[in-house]
Design a protein around this ligand. Structure first.
Ligand code: NAD
Length: 277
């Protein structure tokens, strides 16, 4: 049976570090500030905003929530970002996605000052990560790396298979894994014979959004399986991996919930603190 990679434990350890750093900054009257920009009433974004704001507040951060109406104009949205860029009380800007259809997420991303771009959205930030000059990737792929590191999973020279090539998870993971000398393979919706590729992986990271996509037959015995996916099946939250059947043959596996998602919010706070150096 696989060792459970416990995201809550990883988050708890990192939160203790964050709390110590916030305490020492606060003694110097420097309160780290997180700004969350939410447009409209997307239910998932509101839930995430509330969770993020509560955690940040509990950890001693100043939290600024910019809740804008769904009909906000592009110009007014960019003006809010301009003000946050200039605000010395704000070290990190986190916009909730998706935006309403009339707004351009690329324009928004390009408008966030790179040193406050805590979720790795600005093309400059993305380019630096792609060039191997920075590790300031979005928070979810950094959460994956935090779990691998916490459990001392060896990456150098090993085959890592990523399933999914989105800009927020799959693609930045390529760079973070390459930076650690893994041999990286990437699968996506057009990959032929997914099982043949995935079964080569010493480390398999699923970031698709399809319940039970990753089956036991695809996993090399002893492999490390990281499940980023979030799906709802019969009212329950599950990942992309058929956990019941994969766990007995994997070496290590993340649960859903309690895996990657538990670490992501912590990585947001770490990114805010980095902006405070
Ligand atoms: P996305 O929809 O942008 O990308 C999905 C990717 O999966 C695409 O690159 C696509 O090519 C690939 N794909 C689709 N069908 C496939 C198939 N049959 N075989 C192989 N690849 C296939 O999604 P995303 O934003 O990258 O998110 C992926 C999943 O991770 C979702 O379930 C999302 O909810 C979850 N997620 C979790 C966290 C977290 O903190 N745990 C954060 C972000 C996203």
């Amino acid at each position: 049976m696989a060792v459970l990679l416990d995201g809550k434990r990883v988050a708890a350890e990192r939160k203790a570090n964050i709390q110590a750093r916030v305490a020492s900054l606060t003694e110097q009257n420097r309160i780290p500030g997180l700004a969350i920009v939410i447009v409209g009433a997307d239910a998932a974004s509101r839930i995430y905003t509330d969770r993020m704001a509560k955690l940040a507040g509990d950890m001693g951060f100043a939290v600024f929530i910019k809740a804008l109406p769904a009909q906000v104009s592009q110009a007014d949205l960019l003006q809010v970002i301009t003000e946050l860029n200039a605000d010395p009380a704000v070290q990190g800007i986190l916009p909730m996605m998706p935006l309403p259809a009339h707004l351009d997420a690329d324009l928004l991303a390009a408008h966030i000052q790179p040193d406050k771009d805590i979720d790795g959205l600005n093309p400059l930030t993305i380019g630096l990560v792609a060039a191997g000059k920075s590790l300031a990737a979005p928070c979810t792929p950094r959460a994956v790396m935090a779990i691998l590191d916490h459990y001392h999973i060896e990456l150098s020279g090993r085959k890592a298979v990523i399933i999914g090539r989105s800009n927020v998870v799959g693609k930045p993971l390529i760079q973070l894994l390459l930076a650690r000398n893994a041999t990286v393979m990437v699968c996506h919706s057009k990959t032929q014979d997914l099982a043949a590729v995935v079964s080569q992986g010493d480390i398999v990271i699923a970031a698709v959004g399809k319940a039970n996509l990753v089956q036991m037959e695809m996993i090399k015995p002893g492999a490390v399986v990281i499940d980023v996916g979030i799906n709802e099946v019969d009212g329950k939250m599950v990942g992309d991996v058929d956990f019941t059947n994969v766990a007995p043959i994997a070496g290590f596996i993340t649960p859903v919930p309690g895996g990657v998602g538990s670490v992501t919010t912590t990585m947001v706070l770490e990114a805010v603190l980095q902006g405070f150096q």
